[in-house]
Write a protein that binds this ligand. Structure first.
Ligand SMILES: Cc1ncc(C[n+]2csc(CCOP(=O)(O)OP(=O)(O)O)c2C)c(N)n1
Length: 286
């Protein structure tokens, strides 16, 4: 029990450190995707530093779990995670958005640790479906013609989607494929922070219940408080136990979580002034 408590506390502290580091990354450009980075910080941290099987010393390891950040604009926090894990040197963070950098303003697979470029919303789940299929096909190439597979998947694919992004039709085409092919090595995590770029998601186009939608598409589905580390750890463990179905985790989060004056506002793309940076670092315990 104490071990568990320590694990959760350690991950929470790391998530806040990544929020802080991501603010410094954003400051390089003077503007950043603050709201969506901060809302997703807790489950990105748990995935990358607790649940996923990967090796920063061997970024192309064939059997690594894959993380597809489909809402590819939420990149600054992920860059901070890549540096923290050792995929890129910490000093590289200050090249963010500079000419010629690997750290673009949307995730870019030229950087080690990034498997799928992002930016155009709605595409990542399709990529994740192909990736998850590959984990089975690779395990027995003779079965290519008789897919779906008949052996254990060699790795898992995790896909992070935005709630606004889920209004893209292609998401649901991919969702149908995933359950048709019984991709139980695929977990989608929806960052349900209730806002998109210019307004509340409900106002732009009400997605109704994302949980009911994924269920209807044949996914094993759970809803959690996506800013509660204990719940996140538990649900990521649960996902491993599901067989024969992909899993959707509808993660209720707060846009801007961790930056008190911005929480629950549509702090989508935020100008990072000296004053805002100071306030943010103070709030995050610096
Ligand atoms: C296909 C496409 N349409 C529009 C955009 C512009 N865009 C960038 S971010 C964004 C809002 C995304 O909202 P959401 O998925 O909820 O992300 P979050 O709030 O978590 O940042 C939009 C519309 C885009 N990147 N791609």
């Amino acid at each position: 029990m104490t071990d568990r408590k320590e694990l959760i506390a350690g991950l929470q502290a790391k998530a806040n450190r990544l929020r802080r580091d991501s603010l410094l990354v954003m400051k390089e450009m003077g503007i950043g995707w603050l709201g969506g980075c901060f809302s997703s910080a807790d489950f990105i941290t748990a995935l990358f530093f607790y649940r996923m099987k990967h090796d920063p010393k061997n970024p192309r390891w064939e059997d690594r779990d894959r993380l597809i950040i489909s809402k590819g604009h939420s990149c600054e926090l992920f860059y901070a995670a890549l540096a923290e894990a050792g995929y890129i040197p910490k000093e590289e963070l200050c090249t963010y958005s500079h000419p010629g950098t690997r750290l673009q303003t949307h995730v870019d697979c030229r950087s080690p640790g990034i498997d799928c470029s992002g930016g155009s919303l709605g595409l990542g789940l399709s990529f994740a479906v192909g990736t998850a299929m590959g984990a089975y096909i690779l395990s027995d190439c003779r079965n290519l013609t008789t897919f779906p597979r008949y052996q254990q998947a060699r790795f898992r694919a995790y896909c992070v989607l935005g709630d606004g992004e889920c209004n893209e039709g292609q998401v649901w085409e991919a969702a149908a494929n995933a359950s048709h092919y019984k991709l139980d090595n695929l977990t989608a995590i929806v960052d349900h922070n209730k806002f998109q770029s210019t307004a509340a998601v409900k106002v732009k186009m009400d997605p109704l219940s994302l949980a009911e939608k994924f269920k209807a598409f044949g996914w094993e589905t759970r809803e959690i408080d996506g800013n509660d580390m204990a719940e996140i750890v538990e649900i990521l463990d649960w996902a491993l136990t599901v067989t024969g179905k992909p899993q959707a985790i509808i993660s209720h989060t707060i846009k801007g979580k961790g930056f008190p004056s911005l929480e629950n506002t549509n702090c989508h793309y935020v100008k990072i002034t000296d004053e805002l940076l100071k306030k943010g670092l103070e709030a995050l315990g610096e």
